[in-house]
Write a protein of this length. Sequence first.
Length: 251
Amino acid sequence: MPHRPYIVGNWKMNGTRASLAEARAIDRGAARNPGVNVGIAPPATLLAPMAEAVETISLGGQDCHAQASGAFTGDISAAMLADAGASFVIVGHSERRLLHGETNEMVKAKAAAALAAGLGAIVCVGETEAERDAGKAESVVSAQLAGSLPDDAGTPGQVTVAYEPVWAIGTGRVPSAVDVSTMHRAIRATLEGRYGAANAGMRILYGGSVNAGNAAELLHCDEVGGALVGGASLTADSFLTIVSAAAPSTD
Ligand code: PGA
């Protein structure tokens, strides 16, 4: 891993102010692992209080609107996330694509809005089980990247790609190390073709059922620069085991 590994917890629709204690514990653990960049994307309601509660970790949104402001009931803009204490935002998560009908075009616009607001953008892609079974995993991911990535990559490292096979999310199933490496190499090749030298600063995260038991193997796959973690990020115990697994060895 050429850069400091990046371990991001996606809390999804979980957490109230009672969870701030867990965030503080994660923050203390992150401070003990300075070789790892640690982030949490809590529900938007927790961004501001969590920003007050933590010192080391970065905070992010789980989605943003493509517009900066306006008549969009229920939506939150990238600038609002930044104002609440976020430094990044996840866009195009498969739960947004599948449950909220988000298209590649919408994801691309959201990513561009995030960059314009000064946030990092974690752009999620990943195939369904049927697509993998049909031998289309790489072509599906390649098309998602082509349609979802912003034209301008912003500053070095501002764009991150998260490869999350839909069938691995929340299921306890993960692809083989060979399949993860193959996909991540293909994503790197796409980024090279798209951004040239600017791709060098971009991390590619793996996501989907990452846990304390499988993190070390997944994080050592080719071109894996970190992990996007759902369920196992909700408690400091399990999340910090993953953070430790990502810590560069000291030998
Ligand atoms: P999971 O979720 O770790 O619970 O599988 C990952 C994600 O959706 O980002």
